[in-house]
Design a protein around this ligand. Structure first.
Ligand code: ATP
Ligand code: MG
Length: 657
């Protein structure tokens, strides 16, 4: 509890309203054979740096580091003076160990074409691509922008850059020419790798025209390397080089040279939920150590037997760490899927799981809520008995969505790991361990071994169990961002200025009565209602727990009486009717679940919610609607027509009391 201020109502930093009594114990067989056991927490607590050094030893280093950590807050160097090659660790060493025939990727194109790529194939492809990059004049430290569909040449491009020490900057293939141009300019990239297009929703979707438009005005770009995927007509410019012309004729031999542990590996712009994206810089040794170790620990990955599928796009950090670097460093077999979950039908994901006998699935709450909306009967038609671990990332997962995921996808058998992390953290930070944790639906539970996170009040004091506040990380971690590209001051101001000596991710959280952690959304979204700080997440979860609700977003709008009042935007489930009484019914339901303080002032039934291209709800735009302002920056919004649909709903929803 925050210290009492005379004359003011006592107030928690962030209210804890939601109670959850369901628990899911780890399955006995999984626990008995788990990669990581409860002892890891003790080992890491005894000597955190020695713990991370053991994790680093899972990689192959050409030269061992001298010092685990050099920490001059807020600038960290991990595994100082160590040298390694990331592509060698992800590819060549598995071939050398006799696993050349093992499948690295089962790739599934949206139209139903597929490719199987072994580690030996990957070694050849990456070597050829590395040789081609060299021929195009790309060298160590140069920046390469990558704007591609989800085809095998995408991970090959990342690995080719890593191999020669070029710094990749992947820009999600759904972004506009303006967004691509600003990211190329910010990183001063020399080369763009792209494709004619990719398949989306049953049709070829062009990428090259967007690149042409962006590059027309980017003097730093010397060449555009183009993969032919869809075969659609492509306008040629004098910078263009076809992948099949230059890469195919290269030698399949390439000797990787070791890079310094602190050499940059990539820049990645955040997904832009809150505002202008930041160019997050990650380096080599610490990043690979933590992405590989967490993939091994959190998913209990067994390279001999698991078929692992992360449904994210490689354009986001989840795809970097958990489609490319973590899984490949661990020698995993993964599935990559090019398209959307509803093409050609709404069971496509489940069909892929059935086809490849997927054992581990990692996806996002936004997808899970969409599947809930589509109906339980769709996954029920497929055999998903191969699944043994499920993961979630990207937003807080509502308890109801968690339980649905476990039951309808996991056959009420698989643990669900809710993994909290960000572009900035590089790898998973807070998560259950599937063979250790008795998980609670909706909770990220505990910082992983080696991670020191806490929840503090506005005076930086740790909150007691039962309290809520600001999530912080108290100690540096190997895969932490090193800075914002070209802007150390913004790095300091954004992450290290709110609380002296602590990293502040911008998210709110609470500790329940057992001390387990629950993420409560972005602190910028917290609502101040009659002296109580109420999180968006808890009210949204209460709404989603009503059987007629598929998805909900809430915001605080200025209110003359209560400072802010809760305005809710709700998508109903397929079968539910938008009747007269639904608003009252939902308001009463929230009041009963969380208490009268959390009762929304308004409920608006809407057809869609504004989301980023990575599927996260953009509450700041809803706040603009609720407060009748003109709508702010929408450049990272996936579908701009959504805001019009929502604004039209507003007048009918005035006051319901
Ligand atoms: P920007 O920083 O530009 O606004 P962004 O924060 O959406 O973009 P990401 O780095 O992709 O970009 O998202 C990280 C954020 O996603 C976290 O800070 C958190 O708010 C949310 N998040 C991710 N995983 C979880 C999770 N398991 N539970 C709760 N929130 C999560
Ligand atoms: Mg962020």
């Amino acid at each position: 509890m925050a210290p009492e201020t005379p004359g003011r109502e006592t107030q928690e930093t962030l209210s804890n309203l939601l109670r959850e009594d369901r628990r899911f114990e780890p399955p006995a067989d999984l626990a008995a054979a788990a990669n990581v056991t409860a002892e890891a927490y003790e080992e890491a607590a005894q000597d955190r740096l020695a713990f991370w050094e053991r994790a680093a030893e899972r990689l192959t280093w050409e030269q061992r580091w001298e010092t685990a950590l050099d920490w001059k807050p807020p600038f960290a160097k991990w595994f100082v003076d160590g040298k390694l090659n990331v592509a060698y660790n992800c590819v060549d060493r598995h071939v050398e160990a006799g696993h050349g025939d093992k499948v690295a990727y089962f790739w599934e194109g949206e139209p139903g074409d597929s490719r199987t790529i072994t580690y030996a194939d990957l070694q050849k492809e990456v070597s050829k691509a590395a040789n081609a990059l060299t021929e195009l004049g790309v060298g160590k430290g140069d920046r390469v922008a990558i704007y591609m569909p989800m085809i095998p040449e995408l991970p090959v491009s990342l690995l080719a850059c890593a191999r020669i020490g070029a710094i990749h900057s992947v820009v999600f293939g759904g972004f506009s020419a303006t967004a691509l141009k600003s990211r190329i300019d910010d990183a001063d990239a020399k080369l763009v790798i792209t494709a004619d297009g990719g398949f989306r929703r049953g049709a070829p979707s062009a990428l090259k025209p967007t690149v042409d438009e962006a590059v027309a005005d980017c003097p730093s770009i010397e060449h555009v390397l183009v993969v032919r995927r869809t075969g659609q007509e492509v306008a040629q410019t004098d910078k263009d080089v076809w992948w099949h012309d230059i890469v195919e004729r290269q030698s399949a031999e390439h000797t990787p040279v070791a890079h310094d542990a602190e050499d940059p590996l990539f820049i990645l712009y955040t997904s832009g939920t809150t505002g202008k994206p930041k160019g997050i810089l990650h380096t080599t040794g610490g990043y690979l150590t933590q992405s590989a170790w967490t993939h091994h620990a959190v998913f209990d990955l067994k390279p001999e037997s698991d078929i692992y599928w992360c449904t994210a796009d490689i354009g986001w950090v989840t795809g970097h760490s958990y489609i490319v670097y973590g899984p490949l460093a661990n020698g995993a077999t993964s599935v990559i899927y090019e398209g959307t979950p509803d093409t050609p039908h709404r069971g496509r994901f489940w069909e892929i799981i059935q086809k490849y006998r997927v054992t581990i699935l990692y996806t996002a709450p936004t997808a899970i809520r969409t599947f809930m909306k589509w109906g339980d009967d769709i996954p029920a038609k497929f055999d998903m008995s191969s699944l043994r671990v499920l993961g979630s990332v990207g937003e807080p997962i509502n308890p109801e969505a968690y339980v649905w995921y476990r039951e309808h996808i996991g056959g009420d058998r698989t643990p669900v790991v809710d993994t909290w992390w960000q572009t900035e953290t590089g790898a998973i930070m807070i998560s259950p361990l599937p063979g250790v944790t008795a998980a609670k639906p909706g909770a990220a539970m505990k910082p992983l071994p080696g991670i020191v996170a806490d929840v503090v009040d506005d005076q930086a004091q740790s909150v007691p169990n039962g309290g809520g506040g600001f999530l912080v990380v108290r100690e540096p971690w190997p895969s932490m961002l090193r800075t914002i590209w070209g802007d150390d001051q913004r790095y300091i101001d954004t992450y290290w200025s709110r609380f002296e000596g602590f990293y502040f991710p911008g998210d709110g959280a609470k500790k329940d009565e057992d001390g387990d952690l629950w993420l409560l959304g972005r602190v910028d979204d917290v609502m101040l209602v009659s002296g109580h700080n109420i999180s968006t997440t808890e009210v949204e979860s209460a709404l989603v727990s009503h059987p007629k609700v598929a998805e909900a977003a809430v915001v605080g709008a200025t209110d003359p009486v209560t400072t802010q009042a809760i305005v809710s935007f709700v998508i109903l489930r397929g079968a539910a009717e938008e009747g007269e009484d639904i608003a009252k019914e939902l308001r009463d339901h929230v009041s009963k679940t969380l208490g009268p303080i959390a009762k929304p002032r308004q409920i608006l039934i809407v057809p869609e919610l504004p989301k980023t291209r990575s599927g996260k709800i953009m509450r700041r735009l809803l706040r603009d609607v609720a407060e009748n302002r003109s709508i702010g920056d929408v450049t990272t919004l996936a579908d701009s027509s959504v805001m019009k649909l929502i604004s039209e709903k507003l007048p009918s929803a005035a006051s319901e009391d």
